[in-house]
Design a protein around this ligand. Structure first.
Ligand SMILES: Cc1cc2nc3c(=O)[nH]c(=O)nc-3n(C[C@H](O)[C@H](O)[C@H](O)COP(=O)(O)OP(=O)(O)OC[C@H]3O[C@@H](n4cnc5c(N)ncnc54)[C@H](O)[C@@H]3O)c2cc1C
Length: 759
């Protein structure tokens, strides 16, 4: 029988319509939206994730190809162990494992797989939200259109999250927003830009190039920029630089960055093809002869447009002074990074980046609309001034805030609250603790809670590493730069240090003991004591004893001044929470080894003390006069899952071949869920694309372990782990008086455990 279908004109038709009813709608599938949807779905909500593109990830996707960054700031500031954790942490660690070369197509796949795996998420790709149904101050539903299946969706829900970058839902629903920059007075922001600098950042388009192995021509399109000197910084182009390195090909900061996007895109295409024409055809880049244009973005990456007003607007002083908020739920640590509105056509530097001395909290009151009662906002839409936004806008911060939005939706759903009610002092710990239980990090807020059965257990371990020395490995570091070791020293335990030096002639060396003003920071601005070592020519040990008290538990910085006649002996042993540093700059994020603000712009002057990226970055070889008790078993119960003022980790003794942690209860307890927090090097930024990484799993991360019950039955055997947070749902709840965790040392020198919780 024929399959032919004929339809004759019976008047206008309507598009196919599909009705969707869920607990939570997330608009926008950038990293913020992805994390919001996953967080809510994992807490049991039925979620619709509506994304107008064929892939997820927004600016991090293969469509735009930005490397996602956050508080680690490419390891270029003093934010130690600051990588975002929780869901975005899982994404980064999984991406490192599968894609350490940084292929953007593999990153797309990973995001699609993670979302696809969540049975509670209805993923609507290629579907753009275009209308909202509002009653009073509340959103009842959204309409969205999918051009691929020609379907109009009517999506209903009690709670919504706008993660769309430009804030389409917030805009349609009447939420209060801003676009542009506040003046200096409103929040006393000394860095607020003037009209000349411009009040909005523009879009960018990236390109990739490739060596074909043979001479390759390039005929530019007619619309390519002809005169490269229209770009004042054109001499900075270099045939080998592409992708994220050319972030400063930016345009549109003087236009309407929502509605003028197509116009901005054409201008950016003009510039990109003009730049490539210059590289290929000006004769100034003979090394480009065999190179071809591999890929050019079709969609511009958007930096800035609307910001929505919540009950609190984060501002410059929150970031710089690291203010504390009772409703802290997330954190940032990227510099305040503003760009001139003229972008690529500006004579000025492409950006001005000013760092804080450490990470800062972000309050929940900045993550919902102040006038649309059931609207959470996340990603780059949060309630922040233009200046504070210049820091919160990076994707790992956005993604962390996404997890907050999804978790908040789940808590609101469970307790019958609206976001504003959840933000009240008496309620917000519900959200904070839910976040912390999922591996999310909030500076200054430890995981706590009566439901964690591990807290009521007797905890014992097979052994504990007491740090007496880091043994030399016959390698040396010349002191051409200032160098330092960060050592977490317990209150009252300042040891005498002994190090080995090699001097090419008789000389002296200044050694100082420093710490941070704020004990939770890692900027060693306070000098407590300085000693001058007299070094004879040759190799010998020197003892350093400081004349100072050590009343608080915090990091000690043992700093060696510059003397290029001297080498210090190194150790290959890398231990959780101990780092060697150099006072230097990272050109990607700062102008030099010291931050010196230009005029009175509201930032601190301070030195950058940076670790080297692995596989570099050996410790100094040191003997401590008294063993340092810095890996105590009790740390596993303190609710802090990364080094801050101390290591917060338990490490077994070096000769303990089968490290074990035992939890014992006076009465049998029933456990169905276990969380184990491991060390996957929170200092490593794990840039998602383009940037290669030395290994798939960091050398600190426990790869395999077993969990046994009181009778020695194996409840779980884990192999090939590469994640810092292992959340284990036991197939059947167990009732037991004892759990034993056996950690293997295969592939790692020092298994480190930050915490174990049982529910
Ligand atoms: C050139 C450039 C360089 C940058 N450099 C970095 C960097 O190095 N590292 C870093 O971390 N950050 C960087 N940023 C900042 C960062 O990329 C953005 O601030 C970030 O992507 C914001 O995340 P988001 O999830 O809020 O939005 P997005 O990543 O923009 O995601 C929003 C998603 O919502 C979708 N959407 C929009 N409208 C609709 C609709 N109507 N219906 C459904 N879906 C919709 C969009 O298609 C998009 O996929 C840079 C930005 C630019 C432009």
């Amino acid at each position: 029988m024929s399959q032919l279908r004929k339809e004759f004109n019976q008047g206008p038709r309507t598009l196919r319509q599909q009705y969707v009813s869920v607990d939570f709608v997330v608009v926008g599938g950038g990293l913020a939206g992805v994390c919001a949807a996953i967080a809510a779905a994992r807490k049991g909500l039925e979620v619709a994730l509506v994304q107008d593109r064929p892939v997820l990830g927004g600016n991090a996707s293969s469509e735009i190809r930005l490397w996602a960054l956050g508080a680690t700031s490419h390891m270029g500031n003093n934010n130690r162990w600051a990588r975002e954790s929780g869901i975005i942490g899982e994404i980064l660690e999984e991406n490192l494992f599968r894609n350490r070369e940084g292929n953007p197509v593999i990153f797309d796949l990973l995001l699609l797989e993670l979302v696809h795996r969540e049975k509670n998420i209805q993923l609507l790709l290629n579907t753009a939200v275009l209308d909202a149904d509002i009653i009073s101050d509340s959103i009842k539903g959204v309409k969205a259109f999918n051009s691929q299946n020609s379907t109009l969706y009517d999506i209903r829900s009690p709670l919504f999250c706008d993660a769309s970058g430009d804030g389409v839902l917030g805009y349609l629903s009447g939420a209060d927003f801003r676009i542009g920059a506040e003046d200096k007075q409103e929040f006393s922001e000394k860095f607020a830009p003037d009209e000349e600098y411009g009040q909005l950042m523009g879009h960018s388009i990236y390109f990739y190039s490739r060596d074909t192995g043979q001479p390759t021509d390039f005929v530019p399109p007619e619309f390519a920029l002809e005169d490269i000197t229209e770009i004042p910084r054109y001499r900075r182009f270099n045939a080998k630089e592409d992708g994220c390195n050319l972030w400063w090909i930016e345009y549109g900061g003087r236009l309407d960055t929502v509605h003028d996007t197509e116009e901005i895109k054409w201008e950016l295409w003009k510039v990109v093809h003009g730049v490539w024409n210059h590289i290929k055809n000006s004769g100034e880049f003979p090394e480009a002869e065999n190179m071809t244009l591999e890929w050019v973005g079709h969609i511009p990456g958007k930096r800035e447009s609307r910001r929505f007003e919540g009950d609190y607007m984060l501002n410059q002083s929150d970031v710089v002074e690291q203010k504390s908020h009772y409703d802290a739920v997330s954190f940032g640590g990227w510099s305040i990074d503003l760009h001139p509105a003229d972008g690529v056509y500006s004579d000025d530097n492409g950006c001005h980046q000013w760092h804080s001395k450490g990470v800062y909290q972000i309050p929940f009151r900045s993550m919902y609309s102040r006038n649309v009662s059931n609207l959470l906002v996340t990603g780059r839409l949060i309630s922040a001034s233009h200046v504070a936004f210049a820091s919160t806008r990076v994707m790992l911060t956005c993604a962390s805030n996404g997890q907050v939005a999804g978790t908040a939706a789940a808590v609101c759903n469970k307790h019958g609250l609206l976001p504003r009610e959840l933000a009240k002092e008496e309620n917000v710990s519900l959200l904070q603790q839910k976040l912390l239980r999922s591996g999310h990090f909030i500076p200054g807020i430890p995981q706590a809670g009566d439901c964690d059965l591990a807290l009521s257990a007797d905890l014992s371990v097979s052994s504990t590493l007491s740090l007496q020395s880091l043994k030399p490995d016959a390698s040396w570091q010349n002191l051409a730069d200032r160098r330092a070791m960060m050592i977490p020293v317990p209150a009252g335990s300042l040891p005498v240090f002994s190090m080995i030096f090699r001097a090419c002639e008789n000389t002296t060396l200044e050694v100082s003991l420093r710490r941070s003003d704020k004990h939770f920071n890692h900027t060693p601005e306070i000098i407590l004591d300085t000693q001058t070592l007299v070094l004879q020519k040759g190799e010998h040990a020197a003892v350093v004893e400081f004349n100072t008290d050590w009343p608080d538990c915090t990091y000690a910085f043992l700093c060696l001044e510059v003397n290029n006649k001297v080498d210090v002996a190194l150790s290959s042993e890398r231990l959780t929470g101990i780092l060697s540093l150099a006072q230097k700059g990272n050109a990607k994020v700062s102008l030099g080894s010291r931050q010196e603000p230009e005029g009175d712009i509201g930032f601190d002057a301070f030195d950058f003390w940076l670790p080297e990226r692995r596989p570099e970055g050996k410790s100094f070889a040191i003997d401590f006069s008294n063993p340092l008790a810095i890996y105590q078993p009790g740390f596993m119960k303190n609710g802090l899952q990364r080094p801050v003022k101390k290591t917060n980790a338990w490490l077994p003794a070096r000769d303990d071949r089968q490290p074990r942690v035992t939890l014992e209860w006076a009465e049998p307890v029933t456990i169905s869920q276990i969380g184990i927090h491991l060390d996957n090097d929170f200092d490593h930024p794990m840039e998602t694309v383009q940037w290669g990484h030395p290994e798939r799993v960091t050398p600190f991360c426990v790869r395999s372990y077993r969990i046994l019950d009181a009778r020695g039955n194996t409840l779980l055997e884990k192999r090939d782990n590469h994640l810092s947070f292992n959340k284990i749902q036991l197939p059947n709840a167990v009732t037991t008086r004892k759990l034993i965790f056996e950690f293997d040392r295969d592939g790692i020198d020092h298994p480190a455990i930050f915490g174990i919780s049982c529910y």
